[in-house]
Write a protein that binds this ligand. Structure first.
Ligand code: ADP
Ligand code: MG
Length: 676
């Protein structure tokens, strides 16, 4: 290709012929199965060649729905696309398109339609009767035909020069097709089945390679050695459990045992603790921190928000200072004097347990002897922060805790270098939070219910979503709502407002009022998302619930049901919410199982949004899809770990070839690239 095209390809990460081979189509136009619009029946999977006769864009909240009416000589059909903004720029009345997908019946429009079909804009004479044509993601101004031509040329000229990076053993045991066949089939498949098989092999290869990096990384961490050996002391643990207000659950005891095993080895622990909201992760962390102190070292716990750090500080002080451990708080909003004092205590080692926010990993914070670092609510931190924390000690043990149950596929990729413990049991006596989805029509009734709860002495959270791009507007809406609630609706109750733009002191004052019970109703933006523990709060109302991810809603719901009263979660859906959005939210009313919810959330939103952070350490996969390739991922992981165990230095010819290809493949795609 010419320099102009090659520049455009480079922008999408394709700069070699090998890259081009792995630039797989996002869909296919099946010209072997073309039908007339007039002959379509429900559930046909076909391609129609038609002209756009009209277009329409509908907005539902943040979701955009694009509808096009399509016509050929035999009839018309609707095609609808959800949330794909680029389509608006591509389709307009008069455009000729080939649309492929399943024909469905719309109960709403009372006619047949395509929903999110694949499509391709085509010229007047552009038909490829009898072939299956690849459709690639748009690359700037390059036409689909041009991209196809370039790929075709590359395959014709160079396919026989590529070498399969997968070890023979793996190819054999998984019965995978060879690389050359797969590349040819994925771009120009003789059938859709062959295309799927080829894609699956290439996805497997990508996941396998990634897991090879993970396995190598894990070995490297383990071999770095030099960790402080913390020999578990049963007498100290007995003192610890003696000061708890409750018996540890069986799951807590099991996980504590796993951690004790890790701490006693000379290698640094790297463990992920997953446990649903309220499963009691703090007590587990506290037991390990106490052991670190008992063996003469420092421990730290890092929380994502100031409110949560402070809460940990209070809880850990109450729990551990009676045992003689000195607990110190370090957070961003401290006065200079206070901060200097805290930093001094941390540097001298007088601070045995340090609780903090990101301030813990800032340059100025120096520990005297950090042996155990706990990271709470991991989904806010990425690999980068984990590494920064690790650098605060010499090979400290690391325990990462998360309340967002992480679907297995993500756990195995983002946290693939960690060992995993799960708290799969709730402390006894927890009532299930009753969850209901309500709309505007029910608002009056909802308020009556809230009034009756307040009258019987309970407290209430009302949460507003903050959407990043329109934070100001949303904040104005939350503030206005707050004023209305305070002055008109809940005249008998005390209402407080807390949001992210407040100064820390103001925030603290409001939170303190709520914790102390002097405030009945706390209106907030999502700052309550993580951690606050107010057992007397029994109702969580979430406004515009459709704008939240399911995992996030589940987290918010976890703020209630912490005491012994029956608690409620009311999910208010806004006027513009679509049926799809309601259905999505309904999942929360149907289950309390965080893992089920997380899997659904991942399915619906994809991994990037699910994690909701920029620095999540997730590589960009070009073929594999973490949402739908979970079975492949588990296989790839098993195979990769087994392979690395047998060839730990990747020094056999097959290993060297594989490592080389892997590094080439993940260059510039983040995650674990410091290996080898
Ligand atoms: P999370 O896992 O969400 O961080 P916490 O550690 O904050 O949960 O625990 C939630 C609540 O449950 C706290 O009030 C804590 O004191 C209490 N708790 C923890 N473990 C137990 C237990 N084994 N029995 C009874 N209550 C417990
Ligand atoms: Mg917690």
């Amino acid at each position: 290709m010419g320099p102009k095209s090659s520049e455009l390809f480079a922008k999408v990460g394709v700069s070699t012929i090998e890259d081009l081979f792995y630039y797989v189509p996002r869909a296919y136009t099946d010209w072997t199965n073309v039908a007339d619009v007039g002959s379509l029946r429900i559930s046909d999977c076909v391609t129609v060649v038609a002209r756009v006769i009209s277009c329409d864009v509908l907005r539902r909240g943040r979701m955009q729905i694009f509808t096009a009416a399509l016509e050929d000589d035999t009839g018309t059909i609707l095609a609808r696309w959800f949330g794909r903004r680029y389509i608006q720029r591509v389709l307009e009345p008069g455009t000729r398109v080939a649309v492929s997908g399943e024909v469905r019946f719309s109960r709403f429009a009372r006619r047949i339609e395509f929903v999110n079909p694949s499509f391709e804009v085509i010229g007047e004479d552009d038909v490829a009767e009898g072939r299956i044509e690849p459709q690639y993601s748009q690359i700037a101004s390059l036409s689909g035909g041009r991209i196809r031509g370039i790929v075709r040329t590359a395959i014709d000229g160079f396919l026989d020069q590529i070498v399969d990076p997968l070890p023979e053993s793996v190819l054999g045991s998984r019965e995978l097709p060879g690389l050359r066949e797969s590349v040819a089939d994925v771009h120009f498949p003789p059938s859709l089945e062959r295309a799927a098989r080829a894609r699956s092999r290439l996805a497997y290869e990508e996941l396998f390679m990634f897991q090879v990096l993970v396995a190598l990384k894990k070995r490297q961490l383990a071999r770095s050695g030099g960790a402080v050996q913390i020999v578990w002391r049963d007498d100290e643990h007995a003192r610890f459990t003696g000061s708890l207000r409750f018996e540890l659950t069986r799951a807590q005891r099991r996980v504590i045992g796993e951690i004790a095993g890790d701490l006693g080895r000379g290698e640094p622990m790297n463990r992920l603790l997953q446990g649903d909201v309220g499963s009691g992760k703090t007590a587990v962390a506290a037991s390990a921190m106490h052991q670190a102190v008992a063996s003469g070292h420092q421990a730290a716990i890092m929380a994502p928000t100031e409110i949560l750090a402070e809460q940990h500080f209070e809880n850990l002080t109450a729990l551990l200072s009676p045992l003689g451990d000195r607990v110190v708080l370090l957070r961003g909003g401290m006065k200079a004097g206070e901060r200097e004092e805290a930093l001094g205590l941390i540097g001298s080692g007088e601070a045995q347990i340090v609780v903090g926010t990101h301030a813990l990993i800032q340059e100025r914070t120096n520990f005297s002897d950090l042996a155990l670092a706990v990271v709470d609510e991991q989904h806010r931190f990425g690999v980068v922060q984990r590494a920064a924390l690790r650098a605060k000690g010499s090979a400290p043990h690391i325990l990462v805790m998360t309340a967002t149950p992480i679907p297995r596929t993500l756990a195995l990729t983002v946290y693939g270098d960690l060992d995993v413990s799960v708290l799969d049991e709730m402390p006894p006596g927890r009532e299930k939070v009753v969850t209901a989805v309500r709309d505007e029509a029910a608002r009056g009734k909802v308020y009556d219910f809230l009034k009756s709860e307040v009258a019987s002495g309970r407290q209430i959270f009302i949460v507003y979503p903050l959407v990043e791009e329109s934070e100001k507007m949303e904040l104005a809406a939350a503030t206005k709502m707050y004023e209305q609630l305070k002055e008109q609706t809940f005249t008998e109750a005390t209402v407080g407002l807390v949001h992210g733009r407040m100064k820390p002191e103001e925030k603290d004052a409001v939170m303190d009022g709520f914790k102390a019970g002097t405030t009945d109703i706390l209106v907030s933006t999502t700052v309550v998302e993580v951690g606050v523990d107010v057992p007397n709060a029994t109702v969580m109302v979430i406004e515009h619930a459709e704008r939240f991810g399911l995992a996030q809603l589940h987290q918010l719901r976890g703020r209630v049901g912490r005491g012994d009263q029956q608690s409620y979660c009311i999910l208010m859906v806004g006027r513009g919410a679509s049926d799809e959005a309601r259905e999505r939210i309904q999942v929360l009313a149907d289950t309390n199982d965080g893992f089920v919810i997380a899997e659904k959330d991942l399915e619906m939103r994809g991994p990037g949004e699910f994690l909701g952070v920029r620095q999540h350490g997730l590589p960009r996969f070009s073929v594999a899809d973490l949402g739908s390739d979970s079975r492949l991922l588990v296989q790839a992981r098993d195979d990769a770990f087994a392979y690395v165990a047998g060839d730990p230095d990747m020094s056999t010819p097959a290993g060297a070839l594989l490592l080389d290809a892997t590094k080439r493949r993940f260059r510039g795609r983040g995650a674990f690239m410091d290996v080898g």
